[in-house]
Design a protein around this ligand. Structure first.
Ligand SMILES: NC(=O)c1ccc[n+]([C@@H]2O[C@H](COP(=O)([O-])OP(=O)(O)OC[C@H]3O[C@@H](n4cnc5c(N)ncnc54)[C@H](O)[C@@H]3O)[C@@H](O)[C@H]2O)c1
Length: 255
């Protein structure tokens, strides 16, 4: 591995947005550890991206909910690449259930993956970054749902609001170590296998000033920028990548 190449670890990198994030780093010649609870997905994505880009890719079986599995996965990435320069906390789940119908297990599952998972992986990787003398980038994947409520997603919206505040506090704590911590907040992004009704998609496009659903690559480009040397003085920020969805309500001219 040449010195100019960086090493990125992407959680939930086997599918959807995470896979597109892994791809953009791989296309740039960086080495990428694809960490996913679904080992088969991680392996498939790593093999396909290696084939497409020639980059070094490592599939890592990691369930971000468990500290021991997180530590083992980070060790595996370090054993192969020697360091981690960029962490992208992308793994997340988004079931839909109204509060009065929701059981405790579903609430806990969302917070375990979306919030505790980011804490556990950040803690492990930040310890490594500090131990090797500092320097690094952490990018967390939040959601427009952190700021705009969605029916059926009380747990999800609350979990992403937590991600955004976690991002800010971690940015404060890691700035002295030259580790920047930011978040990207996607709007609705089309991922393979999604199960949204046409009606919902149409309604959402109507609320999106740019008039389209986002693609995983839209998010990957923003993450890549925040992790790049061009983002020299940015930490603790939340970058919305949502076609303007949170800019205001796209109503017609009022008079
Ligand atoms: N798709 C959207 O419209 C959208 C919008 C806003 C935010 N997001 C966020 O983007 C991120 C990725 O979403 P996506 O749509 O690509 O999802 P996805 O379901 O397509 O992919 C998520 C990946 O994460 C993995 N994963 C799930 N739980 C895990 C765990 N406990 N440990 C490790 N890996 C785990 C899955 O196996 C899967 O490969 C999530 O944090 C999600 O909340 C998505």
């Amino acid at each position: 591995m040449t010195e100019s190449r960086r090493v990125a670890l992407v959680t939930g990198g086997g599918h959807g947005i995470g896979r597109a994030i892994a791809e953009i780093f791989a296309r740039d010649g960086d080495a990428v550890a694809i960490a996913d609870r679904d080992e088969g997905r991680a392996r498939e994505a790593a093999a396909a991206l290696h084939e497409e880009t020639g980059a070094e890719l490592l599939p890592v079986a990691m369930d971000v909910r468990y500290a021991a599995l997180v530590a083992a996965g980070v060790r595996q990435a370090l054993a192969r690449f020697g360091r981690i320069d960029v962490l992208v906390n992308n793994a997340g789940i988004y079931p839909n259930t109204p509060v009065v119908e929701m059981d405790e297990a579903e609430w806990d599952a969302v917070f375990d993956v979306n919030v505790k998972g980011i804490f556990l992986v950040s803690r492990e990787v930040a310890r490594h970054m500090i131990a090797r003398g500092g320097g690094g980038r952490i990018v967390n994947i939040s959601s427009g749902s952190a700021k705009s409520g969605r029916i059926g997603a009380a747990h999800y919206c609350a979990s992403k609001a937590a991600v955004e505040m976690f991002t800010k506090v971690l940015a404060l704590e890691l700035a002295p170590h030259d580790i920047a911590v930011n978040a990207v907040a996607p709007g609705l992004i089309e991922v393979p296998g999604w199960s949204l009704t046409e009606e919902y998609i149409e309604a959402l496009v109507g609320l999106t000033p740019m008039g389209r659903i986002g693609q995983p690559e839209d998010i990957a480009r923003a993450v890549h920028y925040l992790a790049s040397p061009r983002a020299t003085y940015i930490t603790g920020t939340i970058l919305g990548v949502d076609g303007g969805s949170l800019a205001g309500r796209p109503l017609p001219l009022s008079g």
